[in-house]
Design a protein around this ligand. Structure first.
Ligand code: RIB
Length: 300
């Protein structure tokens, strides 16, 4: 039996500059490549759900500007249902200025329409959810809306997954309505106050049922109750890590919604995320289920 995955979150236009190094303060350097593509943690996770064969519902906001129209059209090309993607009058679409050096990225985000998505829209969106459906959310929309929608999702008997990215929007009350939390290393440190990642995972698991900390090329740590397990990651040639975490979250949620166990879902999500880092960009780097299943991986 397949449950639905409800993703609420951001859509951004990503302006990606590739360079050999970061410029110093006051310095201008030449880039080695440029991409303009759709992204945003919400949209990336939604596409990852679809590409992993999940039944998806998606809610987001775009501006009434030229990027807004392009973003909605791109989502449709990726077979994301845009019924709940609102064009918010008087706003600009979310923009991410991304610099990629040696495969790693640095991002400055302009929230735009993402920040105008309100709790009412989220509530209306979740009214269609049934008990057992999955709610997947990140933190590129207003923290108050995240909190309200996590509460609504729990009231509706959904399984809630929080990807606390970016961590600056995290509020500890969110944990009370979260079943599974998926931070990366830096986010786990930031929200737990613990430097050691295992300690951070254990501390979070005192409040949240299941904790998965993604640790880049080292894989991830899964903590549930007293047990803590490390999952090494497949080895790949890294081109661009943008959207790797989103691919993990979306692929994981899709797998869970299709009845796989948490550990099985982690195994699949790691493979999907590993393939995502072998390509540039956000949405366009997310692999389909058939690509994941036909690839032979070398585990580190
Ligand atoms: O997680 C990657 C995403 O973060 C990018 O697509 C960018 O839009 C930023 O939101």
């Amino acid at each position: 039996m397949m449950n639905k995955v409800f993703v609420l979150g951001s859509v951004n236009m990503d302006m990606v500059m590739q360079a050999e190094r970061m410029p110093l303060e006051g310095e201008t350097i030449s880039g080695t490549g440029f991409l303009l593509n759709a992204g945003g943690k919400g949209a990336n996770q939604a596409v990852a759900v679809r590409k992993s064969g999940g039944s998806l519902k998606f809610c987001a906001g775009v501006g009434d500007d030229v990027f807004g129209e392009q973003l909605v059209n791109t989502l449709r090309e990726y077979e994301v249902d845009t019924e709940n993607v609102r064009t918010i009058a008087g706003t600009n679409s979310g923009l991410a200025q991304i610099t990629v050096v040696n495969g790693d990225n640095r991002i400055i985000l302009y929230g735009g329409a993402n920040e105008s998505l309100d709790a009412e829209a989220a509530k209306k969106f979740l009214a269609e959810a049934a008990k057992g459906d999955i709610f997947l959310i990140q933190l590129e929309i207003a923290p108050a809306v995240v909190l309200a929608s996590l509460k609504t999702a729990k009231e509706r008997g959904m399984q809630t997954i929080l990807n606390p990215a970016p961590a600056q929007n995290f509020r500890s009350e969110m944990l009370n309505f979260t079943d599974i939390i998926i931070p990366n290393e830096a986010e786990a440190r930031c929200i737990s106050g613990k430097e050691d990642v295992e300690e951070a995972a254990r501390l979070l698991s005192e409040v949240v049922r299941e904790v998965i900390v993604t640790v880049g090329e080292k894989g991830c740590i899964y903590c549930c109750g007293n047990s803590l397990e490390a999952f090494p990651c497949p080895r790949v040639k890294v081109v661009d890590t943008t959207a790797a975490g989103d691919t993990f979250c979306g692929a994981f949620a899709a797998r869970l919604s299709r009845g796989y166990s948490v550990k099985e879902a982690i195994g699949y999500a790691q493979k999907a995320a590993s393939l995502a880092v072998t390509k540039s960009g956000a949405l366009q780097s997310i692999p389909s289920e058939s690509e994941v299943l036909k690839t032979t991986f070398r585990i580190a």
